[in-house]
Ligand binder design. Sequence first.
Ligand code: ATP
Ligand code: MG
Length: 422
Amino acid sequence: MSFKVPRGTQDILPGESEKWQKIEGIMRHLCHVYRYPELRTPMFESTELFQRGVGDSTDIVQKEMYTFEDRGGRSLTLRPEGTASISRSYVEHKMYGYADQPVKVSYLGPMFRYERSQKGRYRQFVQFGVEAIGSKDPAVDAEVIELAMRVYQEAGLKHLKLVINSLGDKEVRDAHRDALIAHFEPHIGEFCADCQKRLQQNPLRILDCKVDAANPLIEQAPQLTNYLNEESAAYFDQVKKYLDALGIDYVVDPNLVRGLDYYNHTAFEIMSTAEGFGAITTLCGGGRYNGLVEEIGGPESPGIGFGMSIERLLLALEAEEVALNIENDLDLFIVAMDEDAKLKAVELTSSFRVKGIATEIDYAGRKMKAQMKAADRLNAKYVIVLGGSELEEQAANVKNMETGDQEKVPFHDLVNYLLAHK
Ligand code: ATP
Ligand code: MG
């Protein structure tokens, strides 16, 4: 019997996990600077929350959710995205009553979607996202977009493209919806089964279909931009003005629609334009969702946010051949030549670790030479060898592995010496 990770999931091994932590560190730091503290919600929620909050006609709800019945007969679903949970929490904790609006929060954690697994598409993936709920100031839209861009820039990516669009308000979307139905209806037989269902449910989604993407009718479809009413157009102009002021380049793509039902006004995606990135070039998706909080039982509370996976960010780094600056972090390896030395090594190791000096010793009963090799493999910055004479003198040579230099340091001075040099 042999076990493997479930399809679409992966183990992140040491050596690789440092990259994740580095990226997560960038995200956490930016959230601190932009004031988006973390809101942690459960990994599963009632199924109905996602049906309402993501939307019944979306791929996510139709075919990607991990839904199960618990022993109490409740239908629960592993979260496929973050916005619905954050909105639920906003309503449940009456955050709409907070004096400071919008309420700005972030999340970082695994999401689950039953997808056809391929490069950049997993069944469990780690999503970072932010939400700002309770304001429809277009400056917030620009802030959220800027924050998303900053994550990629801080990680070292250069080949980025920001695509934005306006989905308008309800009036705009209704008028556009009618036009789309009229456009596609006579030819709907040419489209996939999903699109045939989408025609009445949510024809906007046809534009986002991955199966029919090449059908010229999609290119020729009535564009939402032409249906924008004055208010929506003015809002979009404001967002663009703020982006200009922030010096953020963007491309307006009238065909950009987001997969989730609840989006309106601003929609955006950040793509990688790096050569060799592969088929899936979207790194981040986000937008405004002014009706969502009402949809799940709260008062009118306009929101905006984005979601991005660490998996795709790492792929983009690979495509651009950007190496994250990950420090070698083993400060010291202590080699012990015999049992007495081992006892002292254990004692010293503990006293160094208490002071924050990353220290390793041998637990495999290896001879001195093999221990030295291990220290080398582990890339230790310093090595101390302990034997009879060191114990006698109560001092040891500290060897700088990079330069080969050695210096004799009394045991009682080792902590200070290493703190000063590591
Ligand atoms: P796609 O069109 O690629 O399926 P989506 O519209 O389903 O994306 P969103 O729901 O908007 O994506 O999710 C936002 C971000 O989350 C994506 O831009 C991507 O970075 C990430 N993401 C979504 N699904 C996956 C997945 N299965 N594996 C890895 N990352 C994912
Ligand atoms: Mg998807």
